[in-house]
Design a protein around this ligand. Structure first.
Ligand code: NZQ
Ligand code: ZN
Length: 381
């Protein structure tokens, strides 16, 4: 195991009805005015919006609002939020929604404290040195954005889906009430399951140093997510399954699985972000297409870990079976596994690969993933 620093400053408030305390949490953190950020309306339909407003009012927290964050969130909406945050002197950003809302809240928080263009942070032109505090109330579990410092945003002018990572935008407090997630559609539940699994397997397969303990955590998260997804597809109201899914999802990308590892990279995410940027594919759906293709392409580079994956997750001695069975499981839960299923024509492969290679360059892995290799992977999908 390598040396490491593990620091995750986010406090998680987990459980039933915790969203009713959000005003109190803000008040206790010394916040008097927030920018409330949310998506396209699910929080109004399920009554969460009213609960949040009631809690803010009860604790004398003033607020401005920014609605309409879309899945695959846009830079234009982030800039709208930054304008409001600066003009109204809000003291914190409160995101209520899924990963797209949380990611937008973080980008707004960083941009509100910066005089230049917030996109500078995404293209490594500037480093985040300060940000407004971020708070979230999550309505969908998948990304672990609730307990990490990442934000992934699409610049639709340049067709780039890029990310930032800074502990300064880790949420101060994230509220996770699994009950709020029972209205997530079966499609998005499936996409979320794929996303959590993807966060776990990226470093699991690509790291050069990967302690057994980390492998076991990853395997536990994957098994938990597979089991609870099947339960929830049958019965969306199963609280315990929802709760275990949510807690497992958080562990998938909060630094726990990679602490002590070395060299892990995120090639599946690198490629998927281009599908989202160019074709607005939901993140988890794009990953379900990319992962089996990447696994088949990459397997020869780490046979022992693919053997381990087959054995621990699917009780098979054959390293190929782990890949086949994972692909079949994606199909079983309703996730797409081919470009055809997500309506992307074969002729687009080169454009996707060029776009993904630009991301690879930003991430410093352009030489490992030249356009040619990405095309080879995509051909398998
Ligand atoms: O906008 P509303 O009306 O809220 O609808 C949303 C949205 O359409 C809906 N939804 C959310 N909670 C719901 C609900 N519908 C019914 N009931 C509820 N309780 O679900 C749809 C998807 O929401 P979204 O926030 O887009 O999903 P997710 O949490 O999967 O976030 C995806 C985004 O996160 C990025 C992805 O790239 C993508 O842009 N990622 C962020 C990461 C991070 N910050 O660490 C890492 C990930 O790898 C990922 O890249
Ligand atoms: Zn992801």
């Amino acid at each position: 195991m390598n040396n490491f620093t593990y620091y995750n400053p986010t406090k998680i408030e987990f459980g039933k009805e915790k969203e009713n305390n959000i005003g109190q949490y803000l008040e206790q953190s010394g916040i008097k005015k927030v920018l409330l950020v949310y998506g396209g309306g699910s929080i109004k339909q399920n009554g969460l919006y009213e609960k949040i407003i009631t809690s803010l009012n009860k604790n004398n927290i003033k607020f401005e609002e920014l609605s309409g964050v879309v899945s695959n969130p846009l830079l234009s909406k982030v800039n709208e939020g930054i304008k409001i945050a600066k003009k109204s002197n809000v003291e914190a950003i409160l995101g209520v929604g899924g990963g797209s809302v949380a990611d937008s809240a973080k980008a707004i928080a960083a941009g509100a404290k910066y005089d230049g263009d917030v996109w500078d942070f995404f293209i490594n032109k500037a480093i985040i040195t300060q940000a407004l505090p971020v708070f979230t109330v999550m309505t969908l579990s998948a990304t672990a954005s609730e307990m990490n410092g990442n934000s992934v945003i699409i610049n639709s002018d340049t067709k780039q889906k890029y990310s930032i990572g800074s502990v300064l935008v880790n949420p101060v407090i994230s509220v996770i009430n699994p009950e709020l997630m029972k209205t997530v559609s079966p499609e998005y539940l499936a996409y979320s399951a794929v996303d959590v699994i993807s966060h776990c397997i990226e470093a699991y397969f690509t790291a050069s140093v990967h302690p057994k303990f980390n492998s076991r955590i990853v395997e536990s998260i994957i098994k938990t997510v597979m089991q609870t997804t099947e339960t929830l597809l049958e019965n969306p109201n199963d609280y315990d399954a929802r709760a275990e899914f949510a807690w497992a999802a958080i562990q998938g990308l909060n630094g726990l699985t990679t602490a002590g590892t070395e060299g892990g990279i995120f090639p599946n995410h690198m490629i998927e972000h281009s599908l989202s940027a160019l074709f607005n594919v939901p993140h988890g759906a794009g990953l379900a297409v990319v992962i089996p293709a990447w696994m088949k392409w990459y397997k020869a580079q780490n046979i022992p870990q693919f053997k381990r994956f087959s054995k621990e997750i699917f009780y098979s001695e054959d390293e190929n079976e782990g890949i086949d069975k994972l692909e079949k499981w994606f199909c079983k839960i309703g996730a797409p596994v081919t470009f055809k299923e997500i309506n992307i024509p074969r002729e687009s492969i080169e454009a996707i690969a060029i776009n993904a290679n630009e991301t690879a360059n930003i991430w410093g892995i352009g030489e490992i993933y030249p356009t040619k290799s990405i095309i080879e992977i995509l051909e398998k999908a």
